[in-house]
Design a protein. Structure first.
Length: 145
């Protein structure tokens, strides 16, 4: 068999497996905070400066389309994590704000990054180097899109 086409030699397959593994590691940590992984990503965006963000802004940051994001946000609103607020200037624009409960969960979630780092077996220095390498890879690949 051609070694170039061996699945174990494919960068995409390694990244795919890594993504699945990391997501599985997050699951029990997020369960403690009452969040799913997609909800955690949205909350991270909102916790970053605790200001309302438009659905469009959240979608751009997370690279999710409104068809994926809208049902997620509706479920999060039902859970009392966020509230949707229509713009008075433009009814088509909807902002997402943290509720008191959404802000409170931040205290439970603030330990998640350190716990995940511990589960990876990486040191903080190794994590920073890996993040830099991944950022470079992301930058290099996005130039060709």
């Amino acid at each position: 068999m051609n070694e170039q086409l061996n699945i174990q030699n494919q960068l995409c397959f390694r990244l795919y497996k890594l993504n699945k593994s990391i997501t599985k590691l997050y699951a029990p940590l997020l369960k403690e905070a009452g969040l799913t992984y997609p909800q955690y990503l949205v909350m991270l965006v909102l916790w970053q400066n605790e200001r309302a963000k438009t659905i469009k802004d959240i979608g751009l940051i997370l690279e999710l389309d409104s068809g994926t994001l809208s049902p997620l946000l509706k479920r999060m609103e039902k859970l009392g994590l966020v509230k949707r607020v229509r713009s008075l200037q433009d009814e088509r624009s909807v902002s997402i704000e943290l509720t008191a409960h959404g802000k409170e969960i931040k205290n439970k979630a603030k330990f998640i990054p350190a716990k995940l780092l511990m589960l990876t077996g990486l040191s903080k220095i190794e994590l920073l180097a890996l993040q830099k390498d991944l950022d470079n890879l992301l930058t290099n690949t996005q130039q060709h899109l």
